[in-house]
Design a protein around this ligand. Structure first.
Ligand code: C5P
Length: 234
């Protein structure tokens, strides 16, 4: 029997717009939005706050397994620009996991195969039997290989750096475009060159370049595609 739920899988480099677009599509379609990057960020945060090296696979896996990770749509009071409210052991860490330290740390812990294994398992459990839009780096081919719609969302590096700089400035972080650009390039390089499930565009993924599109245009394109797929199957 064909499943009645719909999975949208999105992969792409840093600051391609995956989070913003996924949140808006999830609202339009009434799907659950899952930001898998937040889970790698929580893993890095756990390592950092427990003085564990980002390379210590065994300890990081232990820390993840001993913790409770939870994510939900921001409530009215929580609408401060965040896309998701993230709880780690009951503490709201939504902003604490967005610092540059944790951004770099997250891509370091993400190279560890066992860390990926435990997080992928959690992600698959969350998505089971639900309509979801999930974004990350390995969703189209590892986490949700049977997703009905697979997207590779990308944009030119300079464009992505400018967007990320604006976001960070709005949050009060004082950074230059050069610094943001070099951080993005370092993180993408680590994500694309790791052995365990690197970021890549799989042949069947639909590539959407957001460099010259507004957020609304990207959202419209994706919603239209979901509707097309749904109507062709009904
Ligand atoms: O998406 P975001 O930038 O928040 O992700 C933080 C880091 O987590 C990425 O740089 C990447 O190293 C890692 N990640 C991953 N696989 C995912 C999601 C994120 O390796 N599915």
């Amino acid at each position: 029997m064909t499943p009645t739920f719909f999975h949208i899988a999105i992969d792409g480099p840093v600051a391609a717009g995956k989070g913003t677009v996924s949140r808006l599509v999830s609202q339009r379609l009434n799907f659950l939005y899952i930001d898998t990057g937040a889970m790698y960020r929580m893993a890095a945060y756990l390592a950092h706050t427990n003085n564990v090296s980002y390379e210590d696979e065994t300890k990081i896996v232990e820390l993840i397994e001993g913790s409770h990770m939870d994510m939900r749509n921001p409530t009215e009071e929580e609408r401060d620009g965040r896309l998701t409210t993230v709880f780690l052991n009951g503490e709201d860490v939504s902003w604490k996991i967005r610092t540059e330290e944790i951004s770099q740390g997250s891509s370091k812990v993400a190279v560890l195969p066992e860390v990926r294994r435990v997080l992928v398992e959690k992600q698959q459990i969350i998505a089971k039997g639900k309509n979801v839009i999930m974004e990350g780096r390995d969703i189209t081919y590892r986490v949700l290989p049977n997703a009905q719609l697979k997207i590779y969302l990308t944009a030119k590096t300079k464009e992505r750096a400018e967007r990320r700089l604006l976001q960070l400035q709005q949050k009060g972080f004082d950074l230059t475009l050069e610094k943001v650009m070099s951080d993005i390039e370092q993180r993408d390089q680590r994500d694309m060159s790791r052995l365990a499930d690197p970021l890549k565009k799989i042949p069947e993924a639909w590539e959407v370049d957001t460099s010259k599109l507004s957020i609304e245009e990207v959202v419209e394109k994706i919603v239209a595609e979901v509707e097309k797929i749904r109507s062709s199957k009904s």
